[in-house]
Design a binder for this molecule. Structure first.
Ligand code: SF4
Length: 291
């Protein structure tokens, strides 16, 4: 069971003051409350909505924390820290079927230099989870991202009559050209959309990819994004599921092991990595030098 703060005080929302504060009315008096969620929340934070406040928990100026808001007859949490706790409890109680096989649930685990919300384990493997709250719900399905950009919305509306499927089902090269024509979308973002949203086999070359391959001594002739992508497209079977998994593994390796300051001792690539061997060798030599 996940306990909400108490006692809860009913109030009527006046408006949002800034990212982290709202003004509400309690028994005819205006009060301020901390809003523990920096999201847009436009659908929820409508003036006149019923909200539930709890006495403040930290040394804040606002006397209350906002906990729940009523929207379309439902109570919705506005605390961005709550989803991991709710999901962990649901998994422990067997209420989350996709995760039923996992035996243990840990919260706030370290992964490389990051902290992740949940770690589930079972005898054959582990599953890391980041749990997020969303405010866009259609037919009982939570949709993410829940804050589409105005520019993206305008583009989709004017060119594709708001049909995302029609937009994504274009031939791959046409879609890439169209994405690159949108101000603010570069090659890496375009390829993210091509691979992950449209399912086209375009390798996403990011900083992790470059760093790992440079340390392995594998670099293209030129150093542009396209040079890197051509190198990878030439070396790997052109398959979206493979690119998807390969990119995800590189991100994981770049975060956990091949960091800016790499952890070469014990790295699974050390045997084939000149940079890693130099670092590891140098460290061993340093260690063997008498003081
Ligand atoms: S051996 Fe070191 S430099 Fe090479 S890939 Fe591994 S962590 Fe990166």
């Amino acid at each position: 069971m996940v306990l909400l703060p108490s006692p809860l005080q009913k109030a009527v929302l006046s408006h949002r003051l800034n990212r982290f504060a709202v003004l509400a009315e309690v028994n005819g008096q205006s009060v301020t409350a901390h809003l523990p969620n920096s999201g847009r929340l436009r659908e929820l934070l409508q003036p006149g909505n019923l909200v539930f406040l709890a006495p403040k928990t930290g040394p804040r100026k606002t006397p209350f924390d906002m906990v729940l808001v009523e929207a379309e007859g439902r109570l919705v949490s506005c605390d961005a820290h709550l989803p991991p706790a709710v999901l962990a409890e649901a998994i422990r109680q067997g209420q989350a079927p996709p995760f039923a096989k996992y035996e243990t649930v840990r919260r706030e685990v370290t992964f490389g230099e990051s902290r992740l919300d949940l770690l589930l384990t079972e005898h054959r493997g582990r599953c890391f989870i980041e749990a997020k709250s969303v405010t866009l719900v259609e037919n009982d399905v939570a949709l993410f991202p829940d804050a589409p950009t105005e520019r993206g919305r305008r583009h989709l509306g004017s060119r594709h009559q708001d049909h995302l499927d029609a937009f994504l089902r274009q031939p791959a090269e046409l879609l890439r050209q169209e994405l690159l024509s949108i101000h603010g979308i570069g090659k890496e973002t375009a390829d993210d959309i091509l691979l992950y949203a449209a399912g086209y086999p375009f390798f996403v070359v990011d900083a992790y990819t470059r760093r790992i391959f440079e340390r392995l001594g594998i670099t293209p002739q030129g150093l542009t994004y396209q040079d890197w992508q051509d190198l990878l497209h030439g070396a790997l079977p052109r398959e979206a599921p493979l690119f998807n998994e390969y990119h995800a593994l590189q991100v994981a390796h770049g975060k956990a092991t091949c960091r800016k300051t790499p952890l070469c001792e014990g790295c699974c690539l050390l045997d084939i990595c000149p940079a890693g061997q130099t670092r590891a060798g140098g460290r061993r030599e340093q260690g063997s030098t008498p003081p």
